[in-house]
Design a protein around this ligand. Structure first.
Ligand code: DQA
Length: 145
């Protein structure tokens, strides 16, 4: 199986940005961990982080026919990007949404995800470990139906 991992705005600052909220693991640390997981599961992982909505949308479009599923942390786009939601609905690839922090325990504007209705499920509030659980869950779905 081949999975596209997408990280939205400001996640390039992981480990340095509000470590009390997002932890001390950097994005490179997370990627190294996920590469190992994919090796164990016999799959392939491609990663794209962007601070630009259009770049993420283009990556989602390109994933069709190339990848079997998507793991995405859309960052703040989660809460208002109908364009990102439409892109995911448009390619209709099985997708899992990840949030490092417990968005429901934070500011009210973080309680809504416009992405949630078009994904299989969410992993929320489990720190950067959440990426691993999302990836394992997605691969299981893809291989065992
Ligand atoms: C986030 C939560 C969002 O509200 C925030 O804008 C982020 C990160 C998370 O992983 O907890 O950038 O998606």
């Amino acid at each position: 199986v081949s999975v596209l991992l997408l990280n939205g705005p400001n996640l390039n600052l992981l480990g340095k940005r509000e470590p009390d909220v997002y932890g001390s693991e950097t994005l490179d640390d997370v990627l190294a961990r996920l590469e190992k997981v994919m090796e164990e599961l016999g799959g392939r992982l491609e990663h794209c982080q962007s601070n630009h909505e259009g770049v993420l949308i283009d990556a989602i479009h390109r994933a069709k026919g190339v990848h079997d599923g998507i793991v995405i942390n859309p960052g703040a786009f989660t809460h208002y990007s109908y364009a990102l939601r439409d892109a995911l609905a448009g390619v209709a690839l099985p997708t899992i949404e990840v949030h490092i922090s417990n968005v429901h325990a934070r500011e009210p504007f973080r309680h809504q995800s416009v992405i949630a209705p078009v994904v299989l499920g969410q992993v929320v509030g489990l720190g950067t470990d959440g990426y691993e659980w999302a990836l394992r869950a997605l691969v299981r779905k893809l291989t065992q139906g």
